[in-house]
Design a protein around this ligand. Sequence first.
Ligand code: SAM
Length: 218
Amino acid sequence: MQGIMAAFFGVLLRQAWWWIVIHVTFFPLLVWFLLLQWVAWTYLLISGFFILVFWRTITGNVPVFFSSQAVVQAIAELVEEKDIMHFAELGAGIGTVAKPLAENYSLLNVHAFENAPLLWLINVWRGRNMFNLQVFRHCFWQVNLANYDLVFAYLSPAVMSKLGAKVRTEMRVGGVFVSSSFPVQDWEADAVIYLDDWQNTCLFCYVIKDNHTLGVNY
Ligand SMILES: C[S@@+](CC[C@H](N)C(=O)[O-])C[C@H]1O[C@@H](n2cnc3c(N)ncnc32)[C@H](O)[C@@H]1O
């Protein structure tokens, strides 16, 4: 009943379909796990694992998903085409994008910012032998974007407006901002790259122009 009620309100509030699935399955799964009667510390271990992976997902409004190989390929093409030297990934997860870029372009300086401890650790481990990849356990809101030629983000629609303001204030004219899947509200993209991956990802590409005109439907 709890799941059905939650799902009902989820539909009323027009939540995304995956929230409805979570609402319906949450309580039955909870009961099922309790019935398994594992030793108490396993529950603590599982909770700890989820906390270290999802960290501030709820308060930060950004979930954990990973980019496809098609995204990596498209970003690599942009790096070559625009002769990019300094690349930043905001919310880099386990390095799905940052690691292959650093691997394939030894002259590219890659900075990956991730705040979930376990994802950050995996990212550090994957990039351990790469001198041109630095993985920071930083909140990307605290990072100054002024020194990057290309900034890549795959976050959530909830933060795009605030991120757009940050990009507009900090990135230099001529820099490129690429947002996977989520456009910046009220900005017109210079290019949209449509990818044929399982998510049908769109990459919204913005070339930073005059700081005063960007963001007002230039
Ligand atoms: C949708 S995932 C994208 C992961 C990776 N960029 C990719 O494309 O595969 C978003 C990531 O941003 C991280 N994240 C969310 N808010 C953050 C913040 N304020 N600072 C740093 N990382 C953050 C999450 O932990 C998550 O790993």
